[in-house]
Design a protein around this ligand. Structure first.
Ligand code: NAD
Length: 487
């Protein structure tokens, strides 16, 4: 098999197998072919992974932050040196075109290890608080064993975005990738060992929605960081809350992009296309509700249609391909059913709407699709589709569009395109979202915090802010005189 790893799990510095676990087939989305066969973790594997993390964390936390940082920076260097190989694996795992994975996946993971490896030597500092004669100091300390649970759209990136800040802060992690994309995280675990990380600080176990709860409820786990859908987030946050565990929730969205009539139209179309079609539309922060001012609607739609129809769909391993298949047959069926709802509920199909004729075979391909005349009450305007389906809605008034953009339970991201900078800042100030863009869309460099508000989650990934979610403050009061008591 094309991408069969040595074994299903990576625990305590080595590959481990337990064939008693349910079989997980890794399917190459471009052909439907099974490229690897793995096993979900059994309770014995889960115990082994958590015990290994628990033991390793004590030693790892005793290293100086600078020494931990050196390991992470080395891991970044190895990932960059192996970018091609890792990107090819990511393409097999997800079906995303090599044109994307080569610039967006292992490189983003490497950025994360480099960034947290670099800042950690100064970022774990506490403070000294004078209290007259007495004084106090604070220390920033790791939480212990962290569980990371990933979605299938960015398997290597998610494994690094959770692993890098967790490890930098002195935690150990047990990471469970999505059962749909089980391959990439194993390579990250291997690379960390090669970079000098102690055995057991970064473990990977495979599993599905039956396995996740066993990790979340384990008494030795201090924190859970999930990237997934809102319904899963509710379950995981609920289970974690019942044991008062720390959580980070990176969940779904239905984000708005607002295009005012003074915007650079081609730039706004680029933003809307990036925010709907990149990774075949399987991006949580996508701006899937594109509010376009009525005065520029016709021009916007004409140019958008031409550019959408020119997207090169095909073999993800071909450097010229701009859009690959969806990750799975189930996900494609789900997206096609939303497209049917859009048609049935009266939206105007501008382009796409089905399976492309240009590709043959068993791959899970779908056409990039644009609907116009979408109204706020339509299903396609309310629910997260998680595929390449752009909904264009009309508006005329600033206050009206802000209210409509905010009329959703989600609050992950938002974007504004306008030439008027005071309007841009005024509008983003009122949009309810965790990450917002002005005159661009979906750029997430490691330096800036990323995460959602409302039902899209809480906690932040990336930037120094992420470290606050993987550590806690310890306060020490120092009495300099005699301890007085009234009795
Ligand atoms: P999902 O919620 O179905 O699964 C996510 C992960 O949770 C998988 O690893 C799954 O095995 C696990 N899981 C499922 N039920 C569980 C449970 N009860 N307890 C513990 N673990 C459980 O999501 P998906 O379909 O893999 O990914 C798509 C979703 O992820 C979309 O909603 C998307 O918006 C979201 N997403 C969010 C971000 C972000 O950063 N905000 C990034 C990528 C994807």
């Amino acid at each position: 098999m094309k991408a069969q790893p040595q074994a299903s799990h990576f625990i305590d510095g080595d590959y481990v197998e337990d064939t008693a676990g349910t079989v997980i087939e890794s399917i190459y989305p471009a052909t439907g072919e099974v490229i690897a066969r793995l096993h979900a973790a059994t309770p014995a594997i889960i115990e082994k992974a958590i015990a290994s993390a628990k033991r390793a964390q004590k030693e790892w936390a005793s290293w100086s932050p600078a020494a931990r940082g050196r390991v992470l920076k080395k891991a970044a260097e190895i990932m960059r040196a192996r970018n091609r190989e890792l990107s090819e694996l990511e393409t097999l795992d997800t079906g995303k075109p090599i044109q994307e994975t080569i610039v967006a996946d292992p490189t983003s993971g490497a950025d994360s290890f480099e960034f947290f490896g670099g800042i950690i030597a100064t970022a774990m500092n506490g403070s000294q608080i004078p209290l007259g004669g007495d004084w106090a100091y604070t220390k920033r300390v790791p939480l212990g064993v962290v569980v990371g649970i990933g979605a299938w759209n960015y398997p290597q990136q998610i494994a690094c975005w959770k692993g890098a800040p967790a490890l930098a802060a002195g935690n150990a992690i047990v990471f469970k990738p999505s059962e749909v994309t089980p391959l990439g995280a194993l390579k990250i675990a291997e690379i960390l060992i090669e970079a000098g990380a102690p055995k057991g600080v970064y473990n990977v176990i495979q599993g599905d929605r039956e396995t996740g709860p066993l990790l979340v409820s384990h008494p030795d786990v201090a924190k859970v960081s999930l990237t997934g859908s809102v319904p899963t987030g509710r379950k995981v946050a609920g289970a974690a809350a019942s044991q008062l565990k720390h959580v980070t929730m990176e969940l779904g969205g239905k984000s708005p992009i607002v295009v005012f009539d003074d915007a650079d139209i081609d730039s706004a179309i680029s933003g809307a296309m990036l925010g709907n079609f990149y990774s075949t539309g399987q991006v949580c922060s996508n701006g899937t509700r594109v509010f376009v001012h009525k005065a520029i609607k016709e021009t916007f739609l004409t140019r958008l249609k031409a550019r959408t129809e020119a997207i090169v769909i095909g073999d993800p391993q071909d450097e010229a391909t701009q859009m690959g298949p969806m990750v799975s047959l189930a996900q494609r069926d789900k997206v096609l059913s939303y497209i049917d709802k859009g048609k049935a509920e009266g939206a105007t199909l501008v382009t796409g709407g089905g399976i492309p004729n240009s590709v043959t075979g068993e791959g899970f391909y779908i056409q990039p699709t644009v609907f116009a005349d979408v109204t706020d009450d339509m299903t396609i305007a309310r629910e997260e589709i998680f595929g390449p389906v752009m909904c264009v809605l009309d508006f005329e008034d600033e206050a009206e569009v802000i209210a409509r953009a905010n009329a959703t339970e989600f609050g992950l991201s938002a974007g504004v395109f306008t030439a008027d900078f005071s309007r841009a800042h005024r509008v983003v100030d009122q949009l309810e979202a965790g990450t917002l863009w002005i005159n661009t869309y979906n750029l997430c460099p490691v330096e800036i915090p990323f995460g959602g508000s409302k039902q899209s989650g809480f906690g932040r990934e990336n930037s120094a802010a992420a470290l606050e979610h993987y550590s806690e403050l310890k306060t020490v009061y120092v009495g300099m005189g005699k301890c007085e008591a009234p009795y």
